[in-house]
Design a protein around this ligand. Structure first.
Ligand code: UTP
Length: 307
């Protein structure tokens, strides 16, 4: 099974990152020196994806511009001997093809994926949510593609989350466990309460889905929060008799759709980047010393006020 297309849904409103995202797409907010969506595209390319379908909305034009070949800009950089500053970005338009499709109304992730249906034939397709960044030796998506090819079925990425956080995610109900990391899915539950959650295996932002997902989404109606959920579409695949597997992807995942997640991912990436790691380490040890002093002062205060 060859998976060469990825849909990147990027038409959401990004309310968790307001006010930064009022006019700027959250996918263009930098993580170190690259917009976060570039990490996702690079992961896709490393996983064998050749075609990216960007689902965009209002104020998202910068994403399409970022991945377009701009010969004038390149020529200007070259005359200043600064072309190498583009890094990997200069190669991306010649390795991968980008297409953008507009989702006119943000009617949910499921609707965004369905909007891209005409760009996909009768083939398995990957879906990469740009909020989730995976850091680890193997690209997150490549791990899923391997399993999809081996099992010849749809695969969703999962990670174990603490029980008190399950209500932020779609969670899987396990039908059968094949290995420590591989499961067959019986059902998916969107944002369950901790008491009702069938497991602590949360769906994270990578999927490889059968082409029947589009038909399943077609007949999925807008739910209680006014959105079409992708999990409802996947549930329909299962109920129609298709096998869906879940794979516990290896690697650290950061939700860069929130300020704190972006900050944590930035520190992690800086620590493993030759250019920034030693300055970042110095800064963190400086902060650590300050924290120790502050904690000492607070302890002293607590001690004197208890006398
Ligand atoms: P989120 O649920 O994170 O929504 O969408 P959001 O609007 O991006 O961000 P917040 O929660 O308001 O801060 C998950 C993914 O689905 C895309 C988003 O762009 C994101 O990649 N999405 C969501 C769409 O493309 N269209 C939609 O209508 C909704």
């Amino acid at each position: 099974m060859l998976v060469t297309k990825a849909i990147i849904p990027a038409a959401g409103l990004g309310t968790r990152f307001l006010p930064a995202t009022k006019a700027v797409p959250k996918e263009m907010i930098p993580l170190l020196d690259k917009p976060s969506i570039q990490y996702v595209v690079e992961e896709g390319i490393k996983s064998g994806v050749k075609n990216f379908i960007l689902v965009t909305g209002k104020n998202k034009g910068a994403i399409v511009d970022h991945f377009s070949m701009d010969s004038d800009f390149l020529a200007r950089l070259e005359t200043k001997n600064k072309a190498e500053l583009l890094g990997n970005l200069s190669k991306i338009p010649s390795i991968a093809h980008f297409m953008s499709i507009r989702q006119d109304e943000p009617l949910g992730l499921g609707h965004a994926i369905w909007t891209a249906r005409h760009a996909i034939g009768k083939e398995y397709v990957s879906i990469m949510l740009p909020d989730d960044i995976f850091i680890g030796p193997d690209p997150g998506l490549s791990q899923l593609i391997k399993i999809a090819a081996q099992e010849k079925c749809s695969v969703v990425a999962v990670q174990e989350v603490p029980k008190n956080q399950v209500s932020r995610y779609g969670v899987i109900d396990v039908k059968k466990q094949f290995s420590p990391n591989l499961f067959q899915v019986r059902d998916l539950v969107e944002k369950p309460s901790p008491e009702d959650a069938p497991s602590c295996l949360a769906i994270v932002g990578r999927y490889v889905l059968s082409p029947n997902i589009f038909e399943a989404l077609e007949s999925t109606s807008v739910g209680a929060i006014g959105e079409v959920q992708l999990t409802d579409g996947i549930q329909k695949l299962i109920f129609s008799g298709e096998k869906v597997f879940a794979y516990k992807v290896k690697g650290e995942r950061y939700d860069v759709g929130t300020p704190l997640g972006l900050l944590k991912a930035s520190v992690r990436l800086a620590l493993q980047n030759q250019k920034y790691s030693s300055a970042m380490l110095d800064f963190l040890s400086e902060l650590d010393r300050e924290m120790i002093v502050l904690q000492g002062k607070a302890a002293k205060q607590r001690f004197s006020s208890s006398l």
